[in-house]
Ligand binder design. Sequence first.
Ligand SMILES: Cc1cc2nc3c(=O)[nH]c(=O)nc-3n(C[C@H](O)[C@H](O)[C@H](O)COP(=O)(O)OP(=O)(O)OC[C@H]3O[C@@H](n4cnc5c(N)ncnc54)[C@H](O)[C@@H]3O)c2cc1C
Length: 274
Amino acid sequence: MSDATKAPAQKETRLQLCILHVVRTIDLTPRMRRIVLGGQDLADFDVPTNALGPYVKLLIPPKHLAEPEWPTIGFDGRLVWPAIERRPVMRTYSVRRFDKAAAELHVDFVMHGDRGVASAWAARAQPGDVVGIWGPGCPTTQNIDWYLFAGDHTALPALAFIMEHLPPTARGQVFIEIPDETEMQALARPEGVEVTWLCPNGAHPGTTSALQDAVKAASWPSDARVFVWAGAEGSVARSIRNHMRTQHRLDREQMYVLNYWKRGASEGAFGYVD
Ligand SMILES: Cc1cc2nc3c(=O)[nH]c(=O)nc-3n(C[C@H](O)[C@H](O)[C@H](O)COP(=O)(O)OP(=O)(O)OC[C@H]3O[C@@H](n4cnc5c(N)ncnc54)[C@H](O)[C@@H]3O)c2cc1C
């Protein structure tokens, strides 16, 4: 094989991993903490502003290691993970903001307790701590007349990004379920997009039907090209997906409804769509 034919294959198998560090942390609300990440690897990173909820895969070092062994690409092109005690744990988080000029990536974490690797990592994160990221993944759509957005607390960072970047002429409705009023955040949004906060006070996250009830009661102009976006606990997301399929006959191109997390299961133990 000539050198010219070798080059593209080598490029294809390069692992697009950015090794970043914590620059600072900000407690936005009692249960939402922002981790600002920086590092030279962000020079090659970018996020299209039309992405409907861009996300990254975070590679979080195990608690006992300041820096893990990172995965590599093997000769056969497959991902090779280091031994379990030295490898990072992968979790999915939204890009809340990417500031290319400052080379800073903002990621907002719901603090749901010590049971979660990511939540616990964010709780103890200090400037200088190392973390890897892959991505971003960037869902997009086009030619939409009316948007229906729905999310629980974990989808608030994605919804805030989307609202900031939707065209000013966009029209639609957003439902956001949060544990209580202290978790509300100021959201920039186009004038034609209405935001409704749902606060079933005191209820355990993912156990109420507030979000799915609001989505099921929503309506839109009958001739509008609609797009439904949702991120929520698995059973809530499934209920929204089924409703859109059966009651509104929406197909896969007309909705992006993800299981953001699942009660009683760690990420990796469930699919994002079912
Ligand atoms: C595309 C995408 C974007 C996402 N963006 C964000 C984001 O920007 N911010 C964010 O906070 N989350 C976000 N999530 C959700 C996040 O990935 C999950 O909550 C993830 O499970 C957290 O990992 P963990 O290690 O803390 O907990 P895990 O180890 O995955 O789970 C441990 C235990 O905690 C429970 N658990 C997990 N998440 C929650 C929760 N939110 N509330 C209560 N219990 C929980 C699980 O049921 C399990 O019992 C996103 C998910 C997806 C798919």
